[in-house]
Write a protein that binds this ligand. Structure first.
Ligand code: FES
Length: 228
């Protein structure tokens, strides 16, 4: 009877010393967030498949030599997780400093979209300076793109691919893609062209998921410029 009861027990992880139950298939990030931990993210959007590129959501897992991205790591029974050790918090701060140093600016007009304040909020939370990794900036703006709806200010892009993924996974348009690799990575459309010549339907999903304001609604910005 005892063994039957044991088998029926819900699986748990130990989260910062607290035992927390989870459903099979949940990620460590999902369990931690549900348990009230403010694990930072940049490439994560709950509507999208986890991507694991920004590494901000890293946590320490007992027995693992290096911090793991919690958004792509499934919770397993008995796992011991530390979400905000000194080392992990220092790593997050350094990652934010790297990301922020590549951008022309971090604080952007909130009219650039719902998610546009995410990077600035995290930079402030972690007091992540922008000068430590001064150097070249990645991304090339497409202000020459004459479409009337979406500003493509890739000086502010951090290559989180949320725009690419929302376009594919939520809209099924596959209008936005990625060119090149590493520091030369560039968000683009087919043949490096303009949005209006692509499969884009101007649904605006890419604008609303962008965590830095690299994409923006031109109409909203014009409206604000003209005093509403
Ligand atoms: S949020 Fe997990 S790696 Fe970006």
């Amino acid at each position: 009877m005892d063994s039957v009861n044991q088998e029926e027990q819900a699986p748990t992880i130990t989260l910062d010393g607290e035992e927390v139950g989870f459903s099979p298939g949940e990620t460590v990030y999902e369990v931690a967030t549900r348990a009230g931990r403010a694990v930072p993210t940049l490439c994560y959007d709950p509507r999208l498949e986890a991507f694991g590129s920004c590494r901000l959501c890293v946590v320490e897992i007992a027995g693992q030599g290096v911090p793991a991205a919690s958004c792509t790591t499934l919770a397993t029974d008995g796992m011991e997780v530390t979400t905000a050790s000194e080392g992990v918090e220092r790593l997050r701060r350094t990652l934010l400093e790297l990301v922020a140093s590549e951008n022309r600016e971090v604080v952007v007009d909130p009219l650039r979209g719902i998610a546009s304040q995410e990077l600035a909020t995290l930079v402030e939370r972690y007091d992540a300076g922008r000068g430590r990794f001064d150097g070249e900036q990645s991304g090339r703006s497409r202000e020459d793109d004459g479409n009337p709806f979406i500003l493509r200010d890739y000086d502010l892009c951090i290559s989180c691919y949320r725009c690419v993924r929302v376009c594919a996974e939520q809209e099924g348009d596959y209008a936005i893609s990625v060119a090149n690799r590493g520091f030369a990575t560039q968000i683009t459309v087919e043949f490096g062209g303009h949005l209006r010549d692509s499969a884009c339907t101007f649904c605006g999903q890419c604008v609303q998921t962008c965590p830095t304001g690299a994409l923006a609604d031109k109409k909203a910005l014009r409206f604000a410029e003209n005093g509403g």
